[in-house]
Design a protein. Structure first.
Length: 188
């Protein structure tokens, strides 16, 4: 995997100038990148995404497009989030800001992404069958439904980054209504 030219605390995936995509491993060969035949390539569709994220159908699955800027991107499993480097004096400074940023971020409205299992992050221009050996990241996600939340964070004047957090939908279910429902069932 590519490493940003800094300390190399995490593995960064770079873009050649367009968006990055997160493709389910089982649909990897269906992503044709800029090599797609027809009036619009998969890469063209990815470039047309407006905003920080978008979902595109590819076969029976959906691909998560990381849009807006072609920023170096890493997945931080401890946060269940992609971090996209916009500006920072150092990698350590940027990564040290992520935990607090998750609490304070102004999240965009989320999208729901059905994930069949592990996914691969790489440059949208590349076909999935030809991902660059040193410029992609495999992310071992559990199969399920995730809310995709995105935000631009600027913890100080020198540091800015995008966060794209994947929140399992089961984690969003409020417990109180479930408890009330269970109590009603018991009282019958």
């Amino acid at each position: 995997m590519a490493r940003h030219a800094d300390q190399g605390l995490v593995d960064w995936v770079e873009s050649g100038g367009g968006p990055l995509v997160v493709v389910p491993a089982e649909a990897l060969t269906r992503w044709e990148g800029a090599d797609s035949e027809g009036p619009e390539s998969d890469y063209d569709r990815a470039c047309a995404v407006v905003g920080f994220t978008g979902l595109l159908a590819v076969g029976p699955s959906h691909v998560l497009v990381l849009g807006d800027e072609p920023s170096s991107t890493a997945f931080l499993p401890e946060y269940g989030a992609f971090v996209r480097w916009v500006a920072a004096e150092s990698e350590a400074e940027l990564l040290g800001s992520v935990g607090a940023a998750l609490e304070d971020a102004a999240w965009e409205d989320g999208q729901v992404w059905d994930v069949p299992g592990p996914v691969v992050l790489f440059d949208a221009a590349r076909p999935g069958s030809q991902v660059e050996p040193d410029n992609h990241a495999r992310v071992d996600l559990a199969a399920g439904r995730y809310e995709v939340r995105a935000a631009l964070v600027q913890p100080n004047p020198e540091t800015a980054f995008h966060l794209v957090r994947l929140v399992p939908l089961a984690a969003l279910v409020p417990l109180v209504p479930l408890v009330q429902f269970t109590q009603r069932l018991r009282s019958r």
